[in-house]
Design a protein around this ligand. Structure first.
Ligand code: SAM
Ligand code: SF4
Length: 358
């Protein structure tokens, strides 16, 4: 689990191999990723591991079988892939998982990603459990903003949601991240009826006290087949109504370039966001794609269509042109919109969020 010291210069997954992405053919100036609906993809969410030190109920099975190491992208392959996307016009990269900070040598990768020419934003989503240890190294590696997942402020409830997590470690991680001086921190909270709907106001008060943003996320239909989401689904509109009992909320035109709608509380720096894939479809402005820990390009979170990039990386170890071509072709699979809307009962996506990269 522990990462190597930041700044190690050898190649961590294959010590004798090259750490640098191969350049392949020069990119034509107009090579950008545009799908058939005219949307330009500028944002990649890259999962660097399917493993995690938590087992959140809405994300994973209790007994998860993780991928064999050989089926997971090496860190060098992560770097090559990210480099290929950036050459194709991606300017924002979010490192996610699984839990990205349980990936050995994650800092090694971040230190290199940050220097990719054309990359403007390097950010991460984490469960916060390892942040007390890694926050300074992440900041030093060039990570600008971090999203930290936190669904409750009650230790016992936290344990129930995550099955194994320790709330005090996440709170220590948030404190360390604040000290490390990131440009912005945001808490991500999954809305869970009957689980944390009585804490929504407390979580906003916590965010205000910590001087961080907070975004509430509607639960999406991932995970174990047959597990019904209808009972625990809480819409962003219901959450907003609950918040209005305690706060004055003013709609904000601000955007972080993502699907969240933001609200301001007069006199406070904290922004309150809602990510509502069910009730407020945001597909028309979608600018993102995901790559899973095993190198599958998912053009849409709501679809099982994927392009397998790992075999191409391994078949062409010194040439990134084939993988760039496959990425560009993958844009053709990006659907106009997802179909989460009426699928609360049986998850139609037979995979876990931790696989896809949330
Ligand atoms: N382990 C890290 C974390 O928890 O922040 C990063 C990966 S996690 C898959 C990314 C985000 O996806 C987290 O904020 C998590 O709460 C969210 N997530 C996982 N399963 C979800 C689901 N079924 N519906 C909505 N959000 C989900
Ligand atoms: Fe792990 Fe994040 Fe999934 Fe929770 S949501 S199980 S922390 S990957």
């Amino acid at each position: 689990m522990p990462n190597d010291a930041p700044g190690a210069h050898h190649s961590p997954d294959s010590p004798s191999g090259s750490a640098l992405p191969t350049s392949g053919a020069a990119r034509p100036a107009d090579a950008v990723l545009i799908d058939k609906y005219g949307r330009q993809v500028t944002y990649l969410r890259l999962s660097i591991t399917d493993r995690c030190d938590f087992r959140c109920r809405y994300c994973m099975a209790e007994e998860m079988e993780f991928l064999p190491r050989a089926q997971v992208l090496t860190l060098e392959e992560c770097l090559r892939l990210a480099s290929a996307f950036v050459e194709l016009g991606v300017s924002k990269l979010r490192i996610t998982g699984g839990e990205p900070l349980v990936r050995r040598n994650a800092i090694w990768l971040l230190e290199r990603l940050t220097h990719l020419p054309g990359l403007r934003e390097l950010v991460m989503t984490t469960n916060g459990s390892q942040l007390a240890r890694f926050a300074p190294a992440l900041r030093a590696a060039g990570v600008r903003r971090i999203n930290i997942s936190l669904d409750t402020l009650r230790a016992e409830r936290f344990r129930r949601i995550t099955r194994v997590g320790d709330l005090s470690r996440v709170l220590a991680g948030i404190a360390a991240a604040r000290t490390a001086g990131f440009e912005r921190l945001k808490i991500n909270t999954v809305l869970l009826r009957g689980v944390n709907d009585d804490e929504i106001c407390d979580l906003v008060r916590f965010a205000i006290a910590q001087e961080v943003d907070i975004a509430f996320i509607e639960q999406m239909p991932f995970g174990e087949l047959g597990q019904s989401r209808r009972a625990s689904f809480l819409s962003s509109d219901e959450a907003l109504a609950l918040l209005r009992a305690d706060f004055v909320l003013v709609p904000s035109a601000e955007s972080t370039g993502g699907p969240a709608r933001y609200w301001r509380i007069p006199g406070q720096a904290t922004r309150v966001g809602f990510i509502a894939p069910h009730s407020h479809n945001f597909c028309a402005a979608c600018n993102r794609v995901r790559v899973s820990a095993r190198g599958e390009l998912f053009p849409c979170l709501g679809s099982n269509d994927a392009v397998h990039l790992l075999p191409l990386l391994r078949a062409h170890p010194a040439d990134d042109a084939p993988v760039r071509a496959a990425i560009a072709q993958g844009m053709g699979f990006k659907p106009k919109g997802h179909e989460f809307g009426h699928r609360l009962d049986a998850p139609h996506l037979v995979r876990f969020m931790s696989m896809t990269g949330g």
